[in-house]
Write a protein that binds this ligand. Structure first.
Ligand code: BG6
Length: 483
């Protein structure tokens, strides 16, 4: 199946922090792929802005190297020269006056203006203010901001207030790149474009839900940032929370930005406060392969968690009685993100099964190998008695859609194009971010007030033993972490 490419309107996109890691790894290669796909209009302008003094030509060479380094395996690199013609560069001082007049002179009237703040959050306010003061941004412009969006409720509120001084909510695009992932959006399609699951999607039929985001990488290289965040701030407050919302929310009345975000917000507000026994923190330490969080974080006394598992309850009509178990961690056995919805077992079995009827499971695989599995019971083939066997009805999206995996757009590609289109559905609204912090703040405060250390676990394992007990005590078990 060939995906439909609808070119976006003419635009000028300014990337603040264009010489940084995110621009190199994600933004520039993502824009290039959209260019190759034919989605970038002929006169689109992409202007890099950063402190480094260099000209357009030098920035184009920098972009060429970044695209080469971070392009996907199957990417066609033959159009890089043409793409680079769209790029320009302005050296700018985010906290001073240098460069702003030049930036203004480069921005064309009558096209979409988007400003991507790929910089430290401490600079968001300065850049927003200068864009407004210098008449570069107006009420039609859009700004894109990256996570971390604050480190608690108070700082998130300040950030929202700072941005609100110069931009309206419908101009602010807060990125959570998980929302740009193909399968994450598929959660909404599966739930709201099919009749099959929705009648069963509640506490009466769903026993529990597991959401796992497991990574094999450690925190080496970004230990300082990570050690001030930990898994709760880095993954739970944002990415995991978004997955939880999409799984648990009520059907929005329309696939429209505010309708979707209103429903997500209701889920966050319905989260029960966590009991201390419903959370397990882990840290990879003293692993046989030498991996050690304390070394990676360069902090021998660190109590920051590189793994967390939570049991979450949603207090509303649909979900009371169905726990949601969340876990995420670094240096685990495999890189895999998936959501498992385990349905209740049939109330009565007419078959003589020694181990009783087994539950259906819907496994939604977010990465790698996006797809869905639904386990069903069937008769074991062959003569003889009526024996049952559980088999997966496997659907890999790549096979079904004819895409070879590499054709699936990266989250950033899709999200940047949504900014140009002016579609905020896949971006977090300010009140959503604040509600998520309001829920995580007490969890973090309680931990910081204590003196416990996170449970140790070995690199390459499934996390700390304690996390297994979180489910065992409820007579449940985690699905194995495997690629
Ligand atoms: C980022 C976190 O937001 O998401 C990282 O800061 C994490 O710590 C990353 O590794 C995971 O993203 P993905 O797309 O690789 O699952």
């Amino acid at each position: 199946m060939v995906s439909r490419i609808i070119p976006v309107d003419e635009f000028d996109l300014v990337i603040f922090g264009a010489t940084g890691d995110l621009a190199h790894r994600k933004i520039l290669p993502g824009l290039y792929r959209r260019y190759v796909a034919g989605q970038i209009p002929a006169s689109a302008q992409i202007i890099g802005a950063a402190r480094t003094k260099q000209d357009d030509k030098a920035f184009r060479e920098e972009a060429r190297a970044a695209i080469r380094e971070f392009a996907g395996k199957g990417d066609d690199l033959s159009q890089i020269d043409d793409f680079l013609n769209h790029l320009g560069y302005v050296a700018i001082d985010a906290r001073g006056s240098d460069g702003w007049a030049e930036l203004k002179s480069r921005i064309r009237p009558g096209v979409v203006h988007a400003f991507y703040f790929s910089v430290a959050p401490a600079l968001f306010g300065d850049i927003a203010q200068r864009l407004a003061e210098n008449g570069i941004a107006d009420q039609h412009s859009r700004i894109v901001v990256e996570k971390p969006f604050g480190r608690d409720l108070a700082t998130a509120r300040d950030l929202n207030a700072t941005l609100a001084r110069h931009f309206a909510e419908n101009q602010i695009y807060r990125i959570d790149h998980y929302l740009g992932k193909e399968t994450v959006q598929n959660l909404m399609a599966v739930r709201f474009a099919n009749m099959l699951f929705e009648p069963l999607w509640n506490a009466q039929y769903v026993d529990h839900v597991q959401i796992t985001v497991a990574e094999t990488v450690g925190v080496g290289g970004r230990g300082e940032y990570y050690d001030h965040s930990g898994a709760i701030r880095d993954m739970v407050q944002n990415h995991m929370m978004q997955l939880l919302c999409l799984i648990a929310m009520e059907p929005p009345y329309h696939f429209d930005p505010d309708a979707v975000r209103d429903e997500k917000l209701k889920v966050i507000r319905a989260l029960e406060p966590l009991e201390p026994g419903d959370i397990v923190r882990g840290q990879y330490r003293g692993s046989p392969d030498g991996s050690d969080y304390l070394k990676d974080a360069e902090n021998p006394d660190s109590r920051t968690e590189s793994y967390v598992a939570l049991k979450v309850n949603i207090a509303n009509w649909r979900w009371t009685g169905t726990p949601f178990y969340l876990r995420t961690g670094k240096k685990l056995r495999a890189r895999t993100s998936e959501i498992v919805v385990t349905f209740k077992a049939p109330p009565h079995s007419i078959f003589d099964e020694s181990d009783g009827p087994r539950s259906n499971q819907l496994v939604i695989k977010l990465q790698p190998n996006e797809g869905m599995d639904l386990t069903v019971m069937i008769k074991e083939p062959g003569p003889g008695g009526m024996r049952l066997v559980q088999v997966p009805l496997d659907m890999s999206f790549a096979d079904a859609l004819g895409a070879n995996g590499t054709d699936m757009p990266d989250a950033y590609e899709r999200l940047i194009m949504d900014v140009i289109r002016g579609n905020q559905t896949l971006f977090m609204r300010g009140d959503e971010v604040e509600a998520a912090w309001a829920w995580t703040d007490p969890i973090i405060a309680e931990w910081e007030a204590g003196s416990k250390r996170p449970e140790p676990y070995d690199a390459g394992s499934s996390g700390p033993e304690e996390a297994l007990r979180l489910l065992h005590r409820d007579n449940r078990r985690w699905r194995e972490i495997r690629p």
